[in-house]
Ligand binder design. Structure first.
Ligand SMILES: Nc1nc2c(c(=O)[nH]1)N[C@H]1C(S)=C(S)[C@@H](COP(=O)(O)OP(=O)(O)OC[C@H]3O[C@@H](n4cnc5c(=O)[nH]c(N)nc54)[C@H](O)[C@@H]3O)O[C@H]1N2
Ligand SMILES: Nc1nc2c(c(=O)[nH]1)N[C@H]1C(S)=C(S)[C@@H](COP(=O)(O)OP(=O)(O)OC[C@H]3O[C@@H](n4cnc5c(=O)[nH]c(N)nc54)[C@H](O)[C@@H]3O)O[C@H]1N2
Ligand SMILES: [Mo]
Length: 720
């Protein structure tokens, strides 16, 4: 029955029709079981969902009304991704690359045996620090650390340097952690390159809408008229890479006009006097020439923001504005933090607050001692003084991997739930680096670009086919537990991560660190809360611990206070205070074909992983979404009409794409949706459709945190 329904659906899609009748045909019986789990349509939000199963076949998803992240809603990716369990492109058994570059199926036993034998030899020759593990930071990340530490390697890495590390490092330096935004209770919300309606976070959009209903104002700084700008009272089309100038000017007005929270600044911050001395050089009259926002507007926004204190906030940001975008992103994020804290907006209702995270129980408490943390520096220099001291040990620097491989410092690695060959800058270089490895093992559900370069590809069971780690839903005023729970039986010869690591560990002589089951692990995780695994599996979400309450709590900074001036940064040779810093590159103003290349999320796609979801790609085509945005006047000046094909070229890449002419984009930039440009020929729906910003981005390491500087790209755009 299941096979028949699956193939009917597949043929429906192959014919290009997105018909509901195949769906209905599959659900001939009205009774369906409803199982709570956690969405994996993006690794970022991990929303609580219910998945319905009819006749043994996955049918549809609903939002779990109790989870803070989504409160009963599901985004398009969540709806479509559950159907990917039936995607014919899934990997159905372990694969080994042949000499011809093709892949042959092998058994799990053979895979474990061969991989551990090779790894043992490599470790003998080059030491365990030549091994790395890289992955999307998910709830199961502790397994990766355990595995790498057991081998003796410090090199566990996430995609952070391609996403958010400038922001995280700056908030760490300023207040000792990453705060959340109490949007719902805010009266004045400023978004600096954050677009939760496109880079979807359902809770934030709902909260912004609610705040607006209660009379709040929304200001959006974005060179592009984003999906969130649609909701804004003020859309400020800032010149890309110049938000720092706007923010410094805001801080200037707040200090010069005495609009800051004097008591808060006195009691809970250090370095105010130095900040005041520095900031006099940045009045709005100076900033307007850099950021293209008139001085009158800067004065007005700064005053409105401060008059609404403390129920006013500048969103902490994510990727687009200053996550890993520009040479000045670290300083921009510092300025965001400082502007917030000047108005006393720390641990405040309607402002920024430190999210509650329940402390999960640990394996050690259940008689499973953790391996020692190796006493060697990370090969990528993350957290290492003299290299990238502000980069975190747990995130590392993703795009250092291919460089270290080319330099012969990394010899073997595991890629889990990540696709660096498509999501890191400069693919030619990344491919060369990953190809140089003597052993590359990718654990994925499909043949991603990275899998397609690997010596071994190990198929993980789809999320609907497995239990995974009890998770703390990211953040919020409440602490919640959720988990990925098995909904249907595995369709193919696949395994969940824990079983894969356990299988590998035996031949590597580290089996004693992996002598537990997923249920045992989850029982231990839940132990501190007096909650059973059965209870969590039944409800899908459980609230634990106290709710967040307003009131200053000491910061995890060296001084225990908010640090406007950071002696720690100074000691590391970085600017102790935000100062204006030019971006790395600028378009050539004398060349009418020269633009800065920006990129961003569309609400229906996740990074590189959903372009191959037939339902979502169908939406991309139907709504003609695979296009480069270009400012109408600039386009017309180079003879481009809406829908024309353009050639885009940077120092390292060239490609063609159709253009979308718009008035909603700063004239100095073009903007490319980031979910396309899949070049793995195994991904049959996505292959060859569209291009990607990484094709145009050179390999850079920002000097503060080592991030990619994803928007430091100049391209020439011309009619094809
Ligand atoms: N649909 C969808 N949602 C997602 C994800 C996904 O892949 N797809 N991924 C999740 C993840 S991991 C992330 S990091 C977040 C990303 O969430 P966001 O950071 O909100 O999303 P982006 O689209 O990267 O960028 C947001 C905006 O930044 C603008 N921008 C670019 N340069 C500048 C600049 O110099 N100044 C200013 N002010 N704005 C600028 C872009 O025009 C864009 O509209 O989304 C999360 N949610
Ligand atoms: N091309 C491109 N590059 C980007 C971005 C972009 O939007 N497009 N965004 C940037 C940002 S903000 C971020 S956060 C990073 C994200 O970059 P990555 O961390 O590389 O994320 P994805 O592209 O989502 O790749 C996830 C991989 O995991 C696989 N996968 C999905 N589900 C499972 C599962 O259950 N088990 C296993 N084992 N594998 C699974 C997918 O098939 C896919 O190959 O990329 C950055 N670079
Ligand atoms: Mo991200």
């Amino acid at each position: 029955m299941r096979a028949a329904a699956g193939s009917a659906l597949a043929s429906g899609l192959a014919a290009g029709t997105l018909s509901c009748s195949t769906e209905r045909a599959a659900g001939v019986r009205p009774d369906a079981s409803k199982i709570p789990t956690q969405c994996q349509g993006c690794g970022a939000n991990r929303c609580g969902i219910y998945v319905y199963v009819k006749n043994g076949r996955v049918w549809k998803a609903d939002g779990n009304p109790k989870t803070y992240n989504n409160a009963g809603t599901v985004c398009p990716r969540g709806h479509a991704y559950i159907q990917d369990i039936y995607n014919p492109d899934r990997i159905k058994q372990p694969l080994k690359r042949t000499d011809k570059g093709t892949y042959e199926p092998i058994t799990w036993e053979q895979a474990f045996e061969e991989i551990s034998t090779k790894l043992n030899l490599l470790i003998m020759d080059d030491g365990p620090q030549s091994v790395f593990w890289i992955q999307y930071p998910m709830a199961n990340m502790p397994l990766a650390f355990r595995f790498m530490h057991a081998l003796g390697s410090p090199n566990t890495i996430t995609h952070g340097a391609t996403c958010f590390t400038a922001r995280n490092a700056a908030f760490n330096a300023t207040c000792g952690g990453l705060p959340d935004n109490d949007l719902k209770n805010s009266r004045y919300i400023i978004m600096v390159g954050r677009n939760p309606a496109g880079g979807v976070k359902l809770q934030q959009i709902r909260d912004i809408a609610e705040a607006k209903r209660k009379g709040a104002r929304l200001v959006v700084l974005d060179p592009r008229h984003s999906e969130t700008a649609v909701m804004a009272d003020d859309w400020l089309a800032v010149r890309p890479a110049s938000d720092l100038a706007f923010l410094l000017a805001m801080i200037n007005v707040i200090i010069e006009e005495g609009l800051y929270d004097h008591k808060f600044v006195e009691e809970h911050t250090i370095g105010f006097d130095s900040l005041r001395d520095e900031i006099v050089t940045y009045p709005p009259e100076w900033a307007e020439k850099i950021c293209d926002i008139p001085k009158e507007t800067i004065y007005r926004i700064a005053r409105e923001f401060a008059f609404n204190k403390p129920r006013a906030l500048i969103h902490r940001g994510y990727h687009g504005g200053y996550g890993a975008g520009y040479l000045n992103s670290f300083q921009t994020a510092r300025a965001v933090a400082i502007a917030n804290f000047l108005i006393g907006n720390y641990e405040r209702v309607g402002g920024l607050f430190m999210p509650l995270k329940p402390t999960l129980g640990e394996l050690e408490k259940g008689g499973h001692p953790a391996p020692a943390i190796p006493d060697v520096e990370k090969a990528d220099g993350a957290g290492v003084p003299g290299r990238y001291p502000t980069a975190s040990y747990s995130d590392g620097i993703a795009h250092a991997v291919p460089e270290l491989a080319l330099a012969g410092k990394l010899k073997a690695g595991f890629v889990y739930h990540m696709n660096p060959v498509r999501t890191n800058p400069n693919p030619a270089r990344v491919i060369a680096g990953y190809k140089k490895l003597e052993l590359l093992v990718t654990i994925d559900c499909v043949m991603s670009e990275t899998a397609a370069l690997s010596h071994y590809v190990l198929p993980e069971s789809f999320f609907l086919e497995r239990d995974d780690h009890v998770d703390t839903v990211h953040s919020g005023p409440v602490a919640q537990l959720t988990m990925v729970q098995q909904v249907v039986k595995p369709m193919y010869d696949t395994k969940p991560l824990l079983e894969i690591i356990t299988g590998l560990s035996r031949g590597l002589g580290i089996g004693k660190y992996f002598n537990f089951t997923m249920d045992e692990l989850n029982d231990l995780r839940l132990r501190p809360f007096g909650v059973t695994l059965d209870e969590l599996k039944k409800g899908g979400v459980i609230e634990v611990g106290p709710r967040w309450e307003e009131g200053f709590k000491p910061c995890k900074t060296p001084s225990g206070k908010i640090e406007f001036y950071s002696s720690q940064l100074e000691a590391w040779g970085l600017d102790p205070m935000p100062r204006w810093q030019e971006p790395l590159v600028a378009p050539d103003s004398s060349d009418k074909n020269s633009f800065r290349l920006l990129h961003g999320k569309q609400a229906i796609h996740t990074h590189s992983m959903t372009a191959n979801v037939p339902y979502l790609m169908e939406l991309s085509s139907r709504y003609d979404m695979i296009r480069l945005w270009i400012n109408r006047k600039r386009a017309e000046a180079i003879g481009l009409k809406d829908g024309d094909t353009a050639v885009v070229e940077s120092d390292i890449g060239k490609g063609t794409v159709r253009v979308r002419l718009t008035d909603g984009l700063h004239p100095s930039a073009v903007w490319m949706p980031s979910g396309y440009g899949i070049f793995s020929k195994y991904l049959t729906t996505a292959y060859g459709k569209g291009i990607n910003y990484n094709d145009f981005l050179d390999t850079y390491f920002d000097p503060a945190v080592g991030h990619i500087m994803s928007n430091e790209i100049i391209v020439r755009v011309a009619k094809a």
